[in-house]
Design a protein around this ligand. Structure first.
Ligand SMILES: Nc1ncnc2c1ncn2[C@@H]1O[C@H](COP(=O)(O)OP(=O)(O)OP(=O)(O)O)[C@@H](O)[C@H]1O
Ligand SMILES: [Mg+2]
Length: 214
């Protein structure tokens, strides 16, 4: 059986794609899944995180297999990875290139992180259009959500008028997420009792249920 694949895509830069990829990867790995992380962003920030992880946490990646691929190698690398692990997470660059389209087409679910603001909501348009065209289901995820949530409710309501679902679980604006990345970790490793850990675990669970993983 080949593994399910989740592509994290959002054309708006800085929405939290790479953070989400690393945090989810660690959360699933800690739950005993063999996780494949595929980086198709030439910026390579996920690759940098993984290097730190190998140096400081576990030279074998701590349950995560990391692959960077682009161009004609992408499809073959993805298929190979899908045979070797239980779940593949794909981090993508903040623009719509052929590679992103391939990753969106191949995925079982597209995660679209957005900061709960009108600008970010409008900026999701091209990514959601791409998911629709490629017939891949999308799930929006609120990231860097402020503690007081009137705006979140308003944006959630606006989204509910479209047909794209929004994850129940939201990630707050928390230094713990960024701090764990600095150490090559996920927050469930660096700060297991922190609210940030509870948030990422809840999101991971919600996604797993959607994917039918158990
Ligand atoms: N929930 C969060 N709480 C606090 N900081 C966050 C959170 N999510 C992301 N960040 C910070 O926001 C910045 C952008 O995040 P990230 O690099 O994950 O976004 P991205 O979508 O991958 O960006 P790019 O489009 O450039 O690839 C980073 O500095 C990251 O540490
Ligand atoms: Mg990124």
């Amino acid at each position: 059986m080949t593994a399910k694949a989740v592509t994290i895509a959002q054309q708006k830069g800085g929405a939290g794609k790479t953070t989400l990829a690393a945090q989810l990867a660690v959360t699933y790995a800690r739950n005993g899944l063999r996780v494949g992380l595929l980086d198709i962003d030439p910026q390579g920030s996920l690759a940098a995180w993984f290097e730190v992880r190998k140096a400081l946490v576990d030279e074998n990646g701590g349950g995560i297999t990391f692959v960077q691929a682009s161009g004609w190698r992408l499809s073959t690398e993805l298929e190979r990875l899908r045979r070797d692990v239980d779940l593949v997470l794909i981090d993508s660059p903040p623009h719509a290139e052929t590679e992103v389209r391939i990753a969106v087409r191949a995925a079982d679910l597209i995660l679209v992180p957005i900061q709960p603001s009108p600008m970010d909501l409008w900026a999701t348009g091209p990514t959601l259009d791409m998911a629709r065209k490629e017939k891949s289901p999308a799930l929006m995820v609120f990231n860097r959500t402020p503690a007081k949530g009137k705006l979140v409710d308003a944006v959630r309501k606006k989204i509910s008028e479209s047909e794209v679902p929004v994850a129940e679980s939201v990630l707050g604006n928390r230094v713990a997420f960024a701090a764990s990345i600095m150490e090559g970790k996920g927050v469930v490793e660096s700060n297991p009792r922190h609210t940030a850990s509870r948030e990422i675990k809840a999101l991971a669970m919600e996604i797993a249920i959607k994917l039918g993983l158990n």
